[in-house]
Design a protein around this ligand. Sequence first.
Ligand SMILES: Cc1cc2nc3c(=O)[nH]c(=O)nc-3n(C[C@H](O)[C@H](O)[C@H](O)COP(=O)(O)OP(=O)(O)OC[C@H]3O[C@@H](n4cnc5c(N)ncnc54)[C@H](O)[C@@H]3O)c2cc1C
Length: 343
Amino acid sequence: MDIKQNVPLSKYSTMRLGGNAAYLLEVSNRNDLSAAVKWAKTNNLPTIMIGSGSNIVWKDEGFPGLVLVNKFMGYQPFAEDSENYYLTIGGGENWDNAVAQSVKAGATGIEGLSLIPGTAGATPVQNVGAYGQDISQTLVSLEAYDTTTDLFVTIPNSDCGFTYRSSKFKTTDRGRFFITGITLHLMIGNPMPPFYPALANYLSERKITTHTPQVIRDAVIEIRKAKLPDPQEVANNGSFFANPIIDQGTLSQILADFPDAVYWPMEGGKTKLSAAWLVEKAGFNKGAYDPETGMGTWRNHSLVLVNEHARKTADLLKFKQKIVDGVANLTGITLVQEPELLP
Ligand SMILES: Cc1cc2nc3c(=O)[nH]c(=O)nc-3n(C[C@H](O)[C@H](O)[C@H](O)COP(=O)(O)OP(=O)(O)OC[C@H]3O[C@@H](n4cnc5c(N)ncnc54)[C@H](O)[C@@H]3O)c2cc1C
């Protein structure tokens, strides 16, 4: 095992900020993973598994233990019959490559999740979702190393505790399971309308009426590219705040004060309020730049905070707080950060 010491974590976050990891290991097989976790336990070091750092903000203090970078590879499709298509993907595989391959095979179920940065193994953690799909809709089960029992386990979908952009891996069992692989159940055939509004508009504006998985993937990629920066080129973590879920009373209050509020009704009487609208309402428009911190908002999307010249995570957090305070003072709503601040 090639455990490295004092590794800059800025290379392991697409925001490109943060201190050092005391120890870091790129891990690609079960033996090394269990040996590394046991070594860390023996040395009283905390452990964490990460993918490609697209949803992580590292603190300036760094991580005082062992960071395990998921490099478990593999892509195994299994066509049960002419309709049912199963896919087992190594946790360290690039997610979008996996989507591309499934789409090429004519399978539907994850084409709406095209171009989401990161690894396959991270998708269950925040139940990644976009354009009306999320991973909980197709995940059969996942393989993980249970750091409590030191055993490899299979966890079925029903035990993942999936909710909107969350799961037990982000809440009650945070940090316990290191996900080494996922198995999905896709269907051969075309995705069926109704599509998510932004996608439906895109298709109808272009008079696209044949909805193959490839057509939907291409559309999603084009919509995303117009809106979101490529983390390879611009340091960012995607949407920095989650859309607040509010009750009917809060919605009525917001609408009384702001008739132009942007929101989407959800099942069960709750409402998803647009965090981007809140951010802009508080005065942080698209393409805003804050000279004090070197941070800004992306030119095409106010919810995406971009690191233009920030040197420390403290700069990012100061800029974030300006937005959170601005929104809270105006509306009483506290925005919640989506990328995880670690450790
Ligand atoms: C430009 C941009 C657009 C984005 N768009 C979307 C979007 O549309 N929808 C969406 O849901 N997300 C989106 N994201 C967020 C991000 O892509 C996802 O959260 C992605 O799943 C993170 O993958 P990762 O491998 O980079 O995980 P990391 O950032 O490395 O890790 C994220 C969290 O998961 C944990 N984790 C990672 N891998 C494992 C594992 N194998 N086992 C256990 N825990 C693990 C980490 O400890 C950490 O807590 C976007 C991000 C960016 C930068």
